[in-house]
Design a binder for this molecule. Structure first.
Ligand SMILES: NC(=O)c1ccc[n+]([C@@H]2O[C@H](COP(=O)([O-])OP(=O)(O)OC[C@H]3O[C@@H](n4cnc5c(N)ncnc54)[C@H](OP(=O)(O)O)[C@@H]3O)[C@@H](O)[C@H]2O)c1
Length: 277
């Protein structure tokens, strides 16, 4: 449905989580530049370098903070047409070396954070008769990336929940879409948490060091976050978007068709060799 100024109704008032940095900041700036009313949210409330983005406080790990943030958007704008669940961070280390507390912290933000925000906005979207939920997953949500097992697990969880939610809400006019980026320039790498036991357990030390060096090389040539932002803007303009979209360097995005079409052991050989494990 289109409003008087020709803008897609589902993109009029948008909340972007994790908008203080990287991909979320680029999404907020791009959507605001298109004339949408954009609320950017994060814990630090750093200003977004774009006019028209209203920054609000939000910690997606915290039930009360999520409720407050959604109430703030509804109080100021009276509706919420789209949410981009982007807030997240990454943990790195061998599965065996990951303490349960470290794993839970990763799931708390990357999965439960998305679930919290979805649960908080859905009543308003149902009342309005529609909306859009765009969940920022990762190519690591399509396969278990070595030494990123818990990050992958958090994104697999987002993928499964989003697929189910899409089925459940399609008759309510609510579109749920997954965006699966490869590496993009942001603060993710600098803020990445390395599991504590990586420093003490020699079992994976050499393989982890090789993997980390290869990962850092890939990240150094990553495209800017605006690429993801342009895709999100396009998705919000579609009345019937696909369930998922990959974005990023071709050499990374190829993992999606490889996983889909290659027999499992071939996939492992190709990807394992490419990733040095
Ligand atoms: N960059 C990549 O290569 C890449 C690839 C695939 C997927 N992704 C995904 O893209 C999303 C954005 O990451 P990015 O690369 O742009 O990283 P980033 O530059 O580090 O930005 C992360 C954002 O999330 C916010 N955030 C973190 N924890 C939060 C919490 N508990 N509550 C609210 N906000 C929180 C941060 O703000 P505060 O710290 O101020 O709260 C920040 O605005 C993540 O979900 C990430 O997994 C990134």
């Amino acid at each position: 449905m289109r409003s008087a100024n020709g803008q897609e109704r589902h993109g009029k008032v948008v909340l972007v989580t994790g908008a203080s940095s990287g991909i979320g900041q680029a999404i907020a700036a791009t959507l605001a530049a298109q004339g949408r009313r954009v609320f950017g949210a994060s814990r630090s409330r750093a200003p977004v370098a774009a006019p028209g983005v209203e920054m609000i406080a939000l910690d997606v790990d915290d039930d009360a903070s999520v409720e407050r943030a959604i109430a703030t958007v509804l109080a100021r704008a009276d509706r919420i047409d789209a949410v981009v669940n982007n807030a997240g961070w990454a943990i790195m280390g061998a599965v065996e070396d990951t303490a349960i507390a470290e794993a839970k912290a990763q799931m708390e933000t990357n999965f439960f954070g998305v679930l919290r925000v979805c649960r908080a906005v859905l009543p308003a979207m149902r009342r309005q008769g529609g909306g859009a939920i765009v969940n920022i997953s990762s190519l690591s949500g399509l396969f278990g990336a070595p030494f990123s097992g818990l990050y992958s697990a958090s994104k697999f969880a987002v993928e499964g929940m989003s697929e189910a939610l899409r089925f459940e809400t399609r008759k309510l006019g609510i579109r749920v879409v997954l965006i699966e980026p490869g590496d993009h320039m942001s603060a993710l790498a600098a803020r990445r948490r390395i599991v504590a036991a990586a420093a003490t357990n020699p079992a994976y030390r050499d393989a982890f060091a090789r993997f980390k060096a290869a990962q850092e090389k890939d990240e150094a040539k990553a495209p800017p976050p605006e690429r993801v932002a342009q895709l999100v803007a396009k998705v919000l303009s579609l009345s019937s978007p696909a369930p998922r979209y990959t974005v990023g360097m071709l050499g990374q995005r190829i993992v999606a068709p490889l996983k889909r079409f290659l027999p499992g052991r071939w996939f492992e050989w190709v990807v394992g060799t490419a990733m040095g494990v």
